[in-house]
Design a protein around this ligand. Structure first.
Ligand code: TXA
Ligand code: MG
Length: 333
């Protein structure tokens, strides 16, 4: 007997789901795996996450083991709605309520004092917890079906480029995950904006597609995290300056074309010519660029380019998230 689309082979790891209308046995099976302490990779609007039951210390341990991630690097807990998120915070200030109301579900993570029930393994022993209500229909369906908070870092080996497709997840962590929900390429392409609301003043820990300006318009000025490569200590454990790095060495392209090695890669957004063999062009606007960035870096790694030249992106605020990821990718410290 042939299997219908609705009856996926239970032995199969990568299960296609309709990104716009996810439902049926694949979501139920994934929810069951999470409830049973397993690992499920799933699409969010930003990047694919590697999910486990946030309340199950053993399951959380499997995330760290799968990624090779140091236990000092805290995880983001994903919830279906703001009410479930607020239940994991010891305080829910007006700033959190305003941001949640405006941007959730969506690519925003809020850091708040944690409630005692959040395991220390999730927060790397910190007294704060990272909370996010994702917008991707597959993530939402999964969180609704599982009915548990889901800890989920990006589904890539530690320090590597985040996955924006199920194939990226399979390549990096295929052996370690129990199931991958394949909802196609993720629409935003870079990780969520992270805002720390646990201190005296709100602080932007990681820029993303929700811009600093949009957040400041609601809750006032944001303190800055030190710029990448500034040599200052990281404000958040695990916010390593070298992060999001492909295997290739990433070098910003200067005004004058460098003497480029034959098999170099190049990541361009203008029509400037560059004498590299593997030239990939991304859109010249920040949303399209962000959407394509990680797939381009994965592709240049697949082609084994030893070095990738990156055309610098514009200075404007709309490019802040992309600039941050490029600076991290280029930082070899
Ligand atoms: O878009 C995203 O946020 C994706 C998707 C899967 O939701 N997740 C993601 O997770 O990027 P991850 O683990 O790759 O990055 C989480 C970031 C890290 O920089 C971590 O240090 C920071 O959030 N973080 C987590 N908990 C924190 C805390 N309590 N205080 C400060 N930073 C924290
Ligand atoms: Mg990550």
């Amino acid at each position: 007997m042939g299997r219908g689309l609705d009856a996926p082979d239970p032995a199969m790891k990568v299960i296609p789901v309709d990104a716009a209308h996810p439902r049926g046995p694949a979501i139920e099976r994934a929810a069951g795996i999470l409830r049973g302490g397993g690992l499920v990779a799933f699409p969010t609007e930003t990047v694919y996450g590697l999910g486990a039951d946030a309340m199950d210390v053993k399951a959380v341990g499997r995330i760290f083991a799968a990624k090779g991630r140091p236990p000092t690097n805290p995880l983001i807990v994903h919830l279906h709605d703001a009410e479930a998120a607020a239940a994991l915070a010891r305080e829910w200030p007006t700033t959190a309520a305003l941001l949640a109301e405006r941007f959730w579900p969506g690519p925003l993570t809020l850091i708040l004092p944690k409630s005692p029930e959040v395991p220390n393994a999730v927060t790397a022993g910190l007294s704060t917890v990272a909370l996010r209500v994702p917008a991707h229909p597959v993530a939402r369906a999964l969180l609704q079906a599982a009915e548990i908070p889901v800890a989920a870092p990006s589904a890539n080996p530690y320090m590597a480029v985040s996955p924006t497709t199920a194939a990226h997840v399979m390549e990096g962590l295929g052996d370690a995950v129990d199931m991958i929900l394949d909802g196609g390429p993720t629409p935003v392409g870079i990780e969520s904006t992270v805002v720390d609301l646990s201190g005296k003043r709100p602080r932007l820990l990681r820029p993303g597609s929700i811009s600093r300006g949009e957040i400041e318009a609601l809750i006032g000025p944001l303190e800055m995290a030190p710029p990448v490569g500034a040599g200052a200590p990281s404000p958040s454990p695990g916010m390593s300056r070298r992060h999001y790095s492909p295997r290739a060495r990433v070098v910003f392209l200067a005004k004058a074309s460098p003497a480029i090695s034959e098999d170099a890669g190049a990541l361009m957004h203008s029509d400037r010519r560059v004498p590299a063999r593997h030239v990939l062009r991304l859109p010249g606007e920040p949303e399209g660029y962000a959407r394509g960035l990680y797939a381009a870096l994965h592709e240049l790694d697949r082609r084994a380019c030893p070095v990738v030249y990156v055309e610098p992106v514009p200075d404007g605020p709309a490019w802040e998230g992309v600039r941050d990821r490029l600076a991290r990718a280029a930082n070899q410290e």
